[in-house]
Design a protein around this ligand. Structure first.
Ligand code: C2O
Ligand code: CU
Length: 501
């Protein structure tokens, strides 16, 4: 129980910090003059998809079947693959017994197409349909997922890849969505993290205990200053596992909905390379993949945006909802594998050497670089706190939990076309992968220190007790949400509304 005590102290500190930091701007915030957004050249092509959300008995591997939710009967759902500048028309039909929506994670869609219930649209009722239509402004690796009771619906399988090819030509690639499933040995989904807290399943607790342990692998520093792997879990070391705090973790790890020997290999051409588009679709788990033979892996893009300088690393440490594009190279003509090893389960993704080596086009980003906002006062302060007086845990932003069913006042209103600075202050002992809808974020400082390179992201990890400043070009008008992508945190209040007008 000692951990509870220290947790309470930290929670109090966080609440105090939040109480001092609450401030809201009544009108549009001042900012540097109109910044030109990248212009999207429309291709004139319309891509039409019909997507059906329905329950399905999903086979994770022969002999292990679970009651899942899926788009078009598969986990992940139908891959949506378009070209930058295409118009996309997706008609969602809801065959679930509960309302749902689709959110196009990381894709800068118009506000009414963003899929957030009560903010962008009414949730689609059982039996209902909704047509999403938008022009795709950015090339890269994105994904789509439910935004209604996301902690349950996404966990059950309502996600799919959304790949945008550059207009200059397709890149030969492989797409893998990573996930973890919390099941009993017969494949039955264990209901909620709250239920889990009351079970005595030691093996399941094992599957989550890893999140409270430091990783043994050498970590790597992302250019935005996030430490990945290694020390990344350090903030979790001082308290024992509490499912309401850390989110839902399961021991059955999947690549594209399959586990064990059912995982399909990735083909890398002999002497060549293949772009692996890696998506973390887990509720809360930060996945960590390494090459079985220890070779270095090269991250070339994060959240769909090309890195100015690619990163070579021994471990791909991918927080929830983030995407890494990774170049997999053939070194010696021998098959190899990517491995994730955790206490309660592991995942092996074989790499086969086959196919034709094609050209590997570069996919540089034309994202506008932010002006130097470091010394400017923030336009919005997002202090992350928690409230432990209610059960389950209530998470707050600036002392307020988000009301999922009701009206929420905007935390901040930004003038369209301005660069704004948002400051995240994490007063809790766990990391929060913060996601902004509708526009990208560029980290400009972590605890006051500028990062080694500047690039756009849609999820920025804010480590325990860390302050992170991000620059945002507020160029997409409407109401948007800003939330933690640990889905248990999100659904328990860690969300706020941002307005651009
Ligand atoms: Cu991927 Cu609001 O979420
Ligand atoms: Cu969080």
């Amino acid at each position: 129980m000692k951990h509870r005590y220290s947790w309470h102290l930290l929670a109090c500190a966080a609440l105090l910090a939040a109480a001092f930091l609450i401030f809201r701007r009544p009108g549009p915030a001042p900012g540097p003059a109109e910044a030109p957004a990248p212009t999207v050249k429309e291709t004139g092509v319309t891509r039409t998809y019909d997507v059906v959300a329905a329950p399905v008995a999903w086979e994770l591997r022969p002999g292990l079947v679970t009651d899942a939710y899926a788009y078009d009967g598969t986990v992940p759902g139908t891959e949506i693959r378009v070209t930058r500048g295409d118009r996309v028309k997706v008609t969602l039909t809801n065959k679930l017994d509960e309302p749902t929506t689709i959110h196009w994670h990381g894709v800068r869609v118009p506000a009414g197409m963003d899929g957030v219930p009560m903010v962008s649209q009414e949730p689609v009722p059982p039996g209902g349909t909704f047509t999403y239509e938008f022009v795709v402004p950015d090339a890269g690796t994105f994904f789509y997922h439910s935004h209604v009771h996301a902690d349950e619906q996404v966990d059950r399988g309502l996600y799919g890849a959304f790949i945008v090819e550059p207009a200059e030509g397709a890149i030969p690639d492989a797409v893998i969505a990573l996930d973890d499933w919390l099941l009993d040995p017969s494949g039955k989904r264990l209901d909620t993290v709250h239920t889990l807290a009351e079970t005595e399943a030691d093996n399941l607790l094992d599957s989550v205990s890893e999140s409270v342990r430091p990783a043994t692998a050498a970590g790597h520093m992302m250019p935005d200053g996030t430490m990945m792997g290694g020390m990344a879990h350090q903030g979790m070391m001082h308290h024992a596992y509490d499912p309401n705090m850390n989110g839902r973790y399961g021991g059955t790890l999947t690549a594209n909905g399959k586990t064990g020997d059912a995982v399909a290999p990735i083909a890398v051409p002999p002497g060549g390379a293949r772009l692996l588009r890696l998506i973390n679709a887990s509720n809360a788990m930060t996945h960590e993949l390494k090459a079985e033979d220890g070779r270095l892996l090269e991250i070339v893009a994060v959240d769909g945006t090309a890195l100015p300088k690619p990163i070579k690393t021994g471990a791909l440490t991918l927080p929830p909802a983030k995407r890494f594009d990774v170049l997999l190279r053939d070194a010696d003509g021998k098959p190899w594998a990517l491995l994730e090893k955790r206490d309660a389960g592991s995942l092996r993704i074989p790499v086969a050497i086959s196919g034709e080596a094609g050209p590997m086009p570069s996919f540089a980003s034309d994202a506008p670089a932010p002006p130097d906002l470091r010394r400017r006062a923030p336009d919005a302060v997002v202090a992350v706190g928690t409230d432990r007086m209610m059960d389950p845990t209530t998470w707050t932003i600036n002392g307020k939990p988000y009301d999922m069913e009701g009206e929420n006042d905007p935390l901040a209103t930004f003038a369209k076309g301005t660069w704004v600075k948002i400051r995240f202050m994490n007063g809790t002992p766990m990391a929060h992968p913060m996601h902004l809808h509708g526009q990208f974020m560029t980290v400009i400082a972590r605890d006051g220190k500028a990062p080694s390179q500047s690039y756009r992201q849609d999820v920025v990890v804010v480590r325990p007790n860390e302050t992170v400043d991000v620059a945002v070009l507020a160029d997409n008008p409407g109401d948007w949400v800003l939330h933690c992508h640990n889905l248990e945190h999100e659904e328990h209040g860690l969300m706020a509304k941002i307005r651009v007008e």
